[in-house]
Design a protein around this ligand. Structure first.
Ligand SMILES: CC(C)(COP(=O)(O)OP(=O)(O)OC[C@H]1O[C@@H](n2cnc3c(N)ncnc32)[C@H](O)[C@@H]1OP(=O)(O)O)[C@@H](O)C(=O)NCCC(=O)NCCS
Length: 187
């Protein structure tokens, strides 16, 4: 895979043209804003299903993006971002296992910006991640999702993930435990 590679475009439920492509270095500023908007959502919504807990700055995000791009170039990571009218509104990736025995296995993460959810963007990003993972020779993918996040579980099941387990109380936030559902898919 190459940084910035365009996979395809589609029209969202609200009529917006959405482009799905791999991340690129020019996304740096947009990625900082994207990450920080997710971190900010944790305050009003204690069940918000994102574990990133620190606002990012130029230094931390540069490091993260440089790692992602290196992973993309070396086929260790698959990246799918969603863009609407030049704005980055979704980010997702699948990371291969780091040891030989797990090289066929990926871990998936995804988020769509507030204001762009429930327009079919997450589902299309997931479909593309699954398709690209298959093309890259991956055989299995896993993900973790908050048990309090039925929307995400619904989207994952729609592309073929199945619930394979539960980790009680994995998350402790605002003095309250939240269970994690483990989901997996054989490609
Ligand atoms: C989870 C997420 C990636 C899904 O992306 P999205 O673009 O909002 O999803 P889509 O619009 O493609 O699909 C949403 C689906 O969930 C359904 N849905 C909405 N609320 C639901 C609920 N409470 N229970 C079950 N399904 C629900 C919608 O009806 C739609 O399904 P349909 O197409 O069959 O009608 C996105 O909402 C998000 O980033 N949320 C915040 C961060 C997060 O939770 N990330 C995931 C961490 S594991």
């Amino acid at each position: 895979m190459k940084a910035g590679k365009v996979y395809r475009s589609f029209t969202s439920k609200s009529g917006e043209e959405v482009t799905l492509r791999a991340a690129k270095w020019e996304d740096l500023q947009a990625m900082i804003e994207f990450a920080n908007s997710l971190v900010d959502e944790r305050t009003p919504d204690p069940d918000f299903g994102v574990i990133l807990d620190r606002r990012q700055d130029l230094e931390s995000e540069s490091q993260w993006l440089a790692n992602l791009l290196a992973g993309i170039e070396s086929d260790r990571e698959l990246s799918v971002v969603a863009e609407v009218r030049g704005k980055l509104v979704g980010n997702s990736e699948v990371r291969r296992g780091s040891v030989n025995d797990e090289f066929h296995h990926g871990k998936l993460g995804i988020s769509v910006s507030k204001g762009y959810r429930e327009q079919g963007i997450g589902l299309e990003m997931m479909k593309t991640l699954v398709e690209e993972s298959r093309k890259a020779g991956l055989k299995t993918i896993e993900l973790e999702v908050f048990a309090t996040n039925p929307r995400a579980v619904h989207v994952y099941e729609k592309v073929g993930f199945r619930q394979v387990g539960r980790i009680p109380k994995k998350i402790f936030r605002n003095n309250r435990f939240i269970d994690i559902i483990l989901m997996a898919m054989v490609l």
